[in-house]
Design a binder for this molecule. Structure first.
Ligand code: GRF
Length: 201
């Protein structure tokens, strides 16, 4: 059984896609052992609850400093002892200690075709605003391993999406989520669950 912990920050649509893929068998032999949000009251935690998955809010605002927040996050992950950690709409910078402890066992979904529109400052709608400003005809999403460089880890999967006349950042974000993110993230987790993609060192 592949045990995964999912880290979220907001709406949780990628989490929903993962939970649905587990429930319909597209991702076999897998259990989400916990969902951790750095923000309280986000809909992603509602989604976890609706699917009977334990949800935890571990917010930097509740700790005296960043180091104590990181310690609490790592302790929760140690409790859950996942095989794989999935960053699904997660906006916190992952501490180096976590990257070391879960080497090649943390994956992230980025809403562009890395290396385009990636790295520091490129997240959420900003990614799509930059793609539209540049005038690209194709954009998409990328699943990659997380290492010390923001959006710089080994690329695992990508899926291209057409940019259409009149697209706004919101319209483009929705198309990238529907046609790419919600497809390749469950797809990669399914490959890991089926042993088609190895994780860890
Ligand atoms: C999405 O644009 C995703 O690509 C990015 O965070 C945004 C929200 O994701 N990583 P979700 O709806 O919270 O999964």
């Amino acid at each position: 059984m592949l045990k995964i912990a999912v880290l979220v920050s907001g709406g949780g649509t990628n989490l929903e896609a993962i939970l649905k893929a587990i429930e319909n068998g597209d991702i076999p032999d897998t259990e989400v052992v916990g969902v951790i949000s750095n923000n309280k009251g986000v809909y992603a935690l509602e989604r976890a609850k609706n699917h009977g998955v334990p949800g935890f809010a571990i917010s930097p605002a509740d700790f005296a400093d960043r180091e104590k927040f990181h310690k609490a996050l790592l302790e929760k992950l140690d409790d859950l002892s996942p095989d794989l950690i999935v960053l699904a709409g997660c906006l916190i910078k992952i501490p180096d200690e976590m990257i070391t402890r879960y080497k090649r066992r943390i994956i992230n979904i980025h809403p562009a075709l890395i290396p385009a529109f990636s790295g520091k400052g490129y997240y959420g709608l900003k990614v799509h605003e930059a793609a539209l400003a540049r005038g690209v005809k194709l954009t998409g999403a990328t699943v990659h391993f997380v290492d010390e460089v923001v959006d710089g880890g080994e690329i695992i999967a990508q899926k291209a999406v057409e940019v259409k006349e009149g697209d706004t950042p919101e319209i483009l974000q929705k198309r990238v989520m529907e046609e790419a993110e919600w497809v390749i993230l469950p797809g990669v987790i399914g490959d890991i669950a089926k042993g088609k993609l190895s994780i860890g060192e």
